[in-house]
Design a protein around this ligand. Structure first.
Ligand SMILES: [Zn+2]
Length: 302
């Protein structure tokens, strides 16, 4: 369990996520008539690239190709796609049946590629502290129709110090009060350090684009497996082994009840290379959020 101190300190900043429940209604599956729970949900995302005037493809001004590949690997993970890093054959895991696409229509109805590039040097941002509202001042689309993702122009010294963060859904599931605030108080979305967005060759355990998979999990209602660091109340998912401390690196260890922690779970802080699993309870929880508080993201009319 090795996590650099700097990273460890700031990883705690990242995730304001907390207790919340996986206890949803049981899913009934039939082959002939897929239940609503079996439906594939498709979510539009917009990636706001916040840069400092660099050329496209340089530094924080990430290339279209890198962005497209990040969305592709996000889908590989959520769809547990065979032949990709996102596949696993664990019987307590599944295809989450949630997928993402770069928006093709902007909020005004105009065609878009789902990528918005903003030179932060040309915008007079009234806020100074980096956070959801700060980034939303550069650009923000209706959170009811799109998932807003901002890539933040951290300097190289920010690698492994800040990975990302997400606002939590306003849900009726237990633990909602422990999520970071979203609308109506703060802008909703996901912030990712540009260096950790998509696959790259940076020297980091977080260079395969799994930061977005993890933060999207939070955005859709998942907690860290250790939740509030309590063996009895952690992530409220019965199929993730209980653990009361954060999980990083790639080496498993015994959690509560002398069970091995699920090192491969996307909701840990484990290295990108070791992750490939959402459990069935986690999937139920995300789909519950997408049929309740974040339902408008998957409405057909959207
Ligand atoms: Zn997290």
């Amino acid at each position: 369990m090795i996590l650099q101190k700097a990273a460890q300190n700031t990883l705690t900043i990242l995730l304001f996520i907390s207790l919340f429940s996986c206890e949803t209604e049981p899913i009934e599956k039939t082959e002939l008539n897929p239940s609503p729970e079996q439906k594939i949900f498709e979510i539009n995302v917009v990636v706001h690239i916040i840069h400092n005037g660099e050329a496209i493809g340089t530094g924080p001004n990430l290339s279209d190709d890198r962005i497209a590949k990040q969305i592709e690997s996000l889908n590989n993970d959520f769809r547990r796609k065979a032949g990709t890093r996102g596949f696993n054959s664990n019987p307590i895991s599944d295809d989450a049946r949630i997928q993402f696409k770069l928006a093709q229509t902007d909020p005004e109805g105009n065609p878009t590629n789902g990528i918005v590039r903003i030179n932060s040097q040309e915008v007079n941002n009234p806020l100074e502290a980096w956070g959801f509202d700060y980034f939303a001042n550069f650009n923000y689309w209706d959170y009811k129709r799109y998932v807003n993702i901002w890539t933040a122009p951290f300097p190289e010294s920010g690698i492994d110090v800040y990975l990302g963060e997400a606002t939590g859904p306003d849900t009726d599931l237990p633990g909602n009060e422990l999520f970071s605030g979203g609308e109506p108080f703060y802008a909703e979305g996901i912030i990712i350090n540009h260096a950790h967005f998509g696959e790259s060759d940076i020297e980091s355990d977080y260079n395969l684009g799994r930061t977005l998979t993890h933060e999207m999990g939070h955005y859709l209602g998942l907690l860290h497996p250790w939740g509030g660091k309590d063996c009895d109340n952690n992530d409220y998912c019965d199929d993730t082994p209980a653990v009361d401390t954060f999980v990083s690196g790639c080496t498993s260890f015994k959690g509560c009840n002398q069970e091995d922690v699920m090192i491969e779970n996307y909701m840990n802080w484990t290295s990108d290379i070791c992750m490939n699993t959402f459990t069935n309870n986690q999937i139920e929880r995300m789909r519950y959020v997408l049929t309740h508080s974040r339902k408008s993201l998957v409405d057909t009319a959207n």
